[in-house]
Every structure is written in C-alpha cells, then in structure tokens.
Design a protein around this ligand. Structure first.
Ligand SMILES: Nc1ncnc2c1ncn2[C@@H]1O[C@H](COP(=O)(O)OP(=O)(O)O)[C@@H](O)[C@H]1O
Ligand SMILES: [Mg+2]
Length: 379
C-alpha cells in the first residue's frame, strides 16, 4: 500500500487510550494532552478508546465518555484488523468495509495489554507504524524480572532481588521466605513483576509485612519480585528519545509526598515536588545518562522510554530501578518536561516521535519477508 502523503494531506494519527489496565485513568489524561497538542494543520487525530472490558470504540465522544464513566455499552464497537491491506478500523456488524486508513498510531495505554507488547503485536500484524518500542522491547520493559536479568548482564547496576511464582510460593513458603531473608536486608519492596503506577507495590520492614505484601502483589501478577530497598534513595529520571541512536535528556528528580512514590503520591495528592534539572555532580549525571541509553539499547527499545534510577543520597551510588516504554505523557509529565528542559517543546516532541515511528516502519519494510527455495521441496 502506498502511504505517501501529498504536501497538503494531513497525517492521520490514531491515539489509543484506556485499556484493560490498572492504569486506565492515567492513560486518559495522557491521551487528552496529546490530542490537544497535535498540530491541527499537520495531523488529524483519530481517538481510539479501549474500555476496561477490552472493547474498542472510536468516536469524538469516546474519551469524554471514558473520563466521565458514561456507559459505552450501546456505542458501536470497532476492530483493528490484522490485515496489512486495510490499516484501518472496521465497525463490527457493518458490511465489513474499512474506514479511512490510519497512517501512524500513538499507543498511550500504560501497563497491561498496552505497554507489554500485546498491542504492539497487533499493530505489527496490521502493518501500521506506531510510536514507541516494538513487541520485544515493550514486553521486557514491562516485566521487571526479565528486565533486571538483561540489565545485569549488561553490567548496569540494579538492586539485589529474589523472584518467584506465587503458586509455587504457596507450597514452599518457608523455603522462599528464608531465601529472601538470607539474600536481602529489610526494608524490602514487593512488586508484581508486571506493574505500573506503583499499583500492588508495598514496602516491608519485617517478616509480617513481607507476608502481607506478597499476598497484595499476587492480586496483580502470578510472578512476584522482592527487592532490597535502596537506603536514602533519591528518585532520578531520564527521558530517552530516538531509534538506533537514542539521546538522553537532562535529568529530573522527584521528591514524593509519601514514604515512597506510590499511586497517591504520583497522581492524587498533588504534593510531590520535582526538580529539573536534578542537582547532581556532573559526572554522576553523565553516568546516569549513559546507563539510560545503554538500558534503552539492551532492552531493544525504540522511539521513547523514561528510565528511572534510585541514587543513594550520601554516596551517589546509582541503581537503575525500571524502564517505562509508555511513560506518563501529559504535557506536565516528567517525560515531556525533561525534553522541554533539554530544548524540545511538547508539540516538537510529538512531531519527532511520529517521524521516528514512520522511519522505523519504513526501515522494516525494506526487509525481505519472502524466500525462494532452490526447489519446491514443500510440495
Ligand atoms: N528497591 C527500592 N528501593 C527503594 N525504593 C523503591 C525500590 N523499588 C521501588 N521503590 C519505590 O517504589 C516506587 C515504585 O516502584 P517501581 O518499581 O518504579 O514501580 P512502578 O512500575 O509501579 O512505577 C518507586 O518510584 C520508589 O519510590
Ligand atoms: Mg516507577
């Protein structure tokens, strides 16, 4: 399919938001900001909402209905066909004729079924360029356990940890708890391996709290990660942008309003403070930026990622806490703010991300997907 645009044709950008994720609400705020900031002379924004049950809807009212929790039961459901010839949404129950093709998609679903590679897989099948990491980068970016293994192999410092499958823990509780207490020192952080916005994460100062925290994390994932807490931790974040040659932004520091940066401190309290740029010795900041870029490469990211670090306040010891392949994206979120402070405005950042998505897609298109064997051995 030829998707070259003439000079005055606008690029149709599908913004996917909502989703079957504990971060559904966060996503709505990110999507509203992007839709608002896209240059109307260059782009047509196509809102695509996925409701908490997984239904896809696409009308100018979808975002408002999700935000106001208005029932969407009677709204016509749309699907994205995994058909490279169509590259568009099709209304279920219609004659099956496809809508106007979408040129590029901006997935803005944080967490499960949006940031974990599953949505990216569908977009690959549909052959539509999309912003951000591909299937592999998204999947490893979402799984804190696999991510850690890869970072460790790349000699990027991470916190000591133990992980297990909850079903196995139920039958070997004593053994697993004693392994945790042998290898790690309290306080501990207990996390569902796939989590976001701190949902399901707790801090434990003793065994009783550890046991409770594991039960809590298990509500969100079958795989649980227990990490040693970083003492006197400063939270330092770095935005990375690019495909094969990514760049790192200036660093930002978050000072959470709570004991740690939990859901309320992130979104509800409004008391968390930020410092941009973060006050750090130059060589420590440089080291963090270089770890951020290495992590982006090792984890096979593209487009964008926010890389979060914990840095010991006294001795500036750096540990990489996690990578986010679809970071919060409102105009006042850390990811765009760090670029703003590095000289790239929010609308320019959107332009750049869309361009990167199209470039990556074009590069992939050049690869062969057919092979002509010497003889017809398969007949
Ligand atoms: N090992 C740790 N030591 C100290 N604080 C931690 C540790 N792990 C997590 N935290 C705190 O918990 C917050 C959420 O953890 P994180 O792994 O970033 O989960 P999420 O993916 O939900 O953001 C962090 O921002 C930090 O405040
Ligand atoms: Mg985090």
């Amino acid at each position: 399919m030829n998707n070259k645009k003439t000079a005055n044709e606008k690029i149709r950008v599908g913004i996917i938001f909502g989703g079957r994720s504990v971060e559904h609400e966060v996503s709505l705020v990110s999507a509203a900001s992007v839709i608002d900031a896209l240059d109307k002379n260059k782009y047509d924004a196509v809102p695509i909402g996925i409701d908490p049950t997984g239904r896809w809807l696409s009308s100018s009212e979808t975002l408002r209905m999700f935000k106001e929790k208005i029932s969407t039961e009677n709204e016509p459901e749309q699907i994205l066909l995994p058909d490279p010839q169509k590259r568009s949404l099709v209304a279920i129950g219609s004659s099956g004729s496809a809508g106007k093709p979408i040129d590029v998609i901006f997935p803005l679903i944080h967490g499960t079924y949006g940031e974990d590679g599953s949505l990216q897989g569908l977009l690959e099948l549909a052959d539509i360029p999309y912003v951000g990491a591909g299937v592999l980068g998204s999947a490893v970016g979402m799984d804190k356990v696999i991510q850690k293994e890869l970072l460790q192999q790349a000699r990027i410092p991470v916190t000591p940890s133990v992980w297990f499958i909850f079903d196995i823990y139920k039958t070997q509780k004593k053994k697993i708890i004693s392994e945790i207490e042998r290898k790690l020192k309290y306080p501990l952080f207990i996390k569902p391996a796939n989590s976001g916005s701190s949902v399901g994460i707790s801090k434990a100062a003793c065994r009783k709290e550890l046991l409770d925290s594991i039960e809590q994390a298990a509500l969100f994932d079958r795989k649980i990660l227990v990490e040693q807490g970083v003492k006197n931790a400063r939270e330092i974040e770095c935005s990375v942008l690019g495909n094969d040659e990514p760049a790192a932004s200036v660093l930002g520091e978050i000072v959470p309003s709570n004991d740690f940066y939990d859901y309320d401190a992130k979104y509800v309290d409004g008391k968390t403070t930020e410092f941009i740029p973060a006050k750090l010795p130059k060589q420590i900041a440089k080291k963090i930026q270089s770890y951020a870029i290495s992590a982006f490469r090792v984890l096979d990211c593209s487009g964008l990622a926010r890389v979060d670090f914990l840095v010991n306040r006294k001795i500036n010891k750096i540990t990489l806490n996690e990578i986010n392949t679809i970071p919060g994206f409102t105009s006042i979120s850390m990811y765009p703010k760090l670029w703003q402070a590095s000289g790239l405005s929010y609308p320019d950042l959107l332009d750049k991300l869309i361009r990167l998505a199209i470039e990556r897609h074009e590069a992939k298109k050049k690869l062969k997907t057919t092979y002509q064997p010497k003889n017809k051995w398969y007949k």
